[in-house]
Design a protein around this ligand. Structure first.
Ligand SMILES: [Ca+2]
Ligand SMILES: [Ca+2]
Length: 95
């Protein structure tokens, strides 16, 4: 597998790992999203570990407002974060 294929596979594996905690492996509940962020993106939440921060992230991700984050909604989030990282490193290199 290529590097990109491996990266895409990892996103699927990570989503599945956390999404299946409550028996419904198709979507992330708020509790599942919280565990995922705490374990996989510890720096992302370091600025606000309180419940409100999680609530806000969850509300933003849940685009169709069904109180679950499905894979599509999760991928949009990962892509947005990746863009932020990319911008950040580009600025660093440009200096
Ligand atoms: Ca679930
Ligand atoms: Ca949703």
């Amino acid at each position: 597998m290529s590097q990109l294929e491996t990266a895409m596979g990892m996103i699927i594996v990570v989503f599945d790992k956390y999404a299946k905690a409550d028996g419904n492996s198709q979507t992330l509940s708020k509790a599942e999203l919280k565990t995922l962020l705490e374990n996989e993106l510890p720096n992302f939440l370091s600025s606000g570990k309180d419940k409100r921060a999680i609530d806000n992230v969850f509300k933003n991700l849940d685009e169709n407002s069904d109180s679950e984050v499905d894979f599509k909604e999760f991928v949009v989030f990962v892509a947005a974060l990746t863009c932020c990282c990319h911008n950040y490193f580009e600025r660093k290199v440009a200096k």
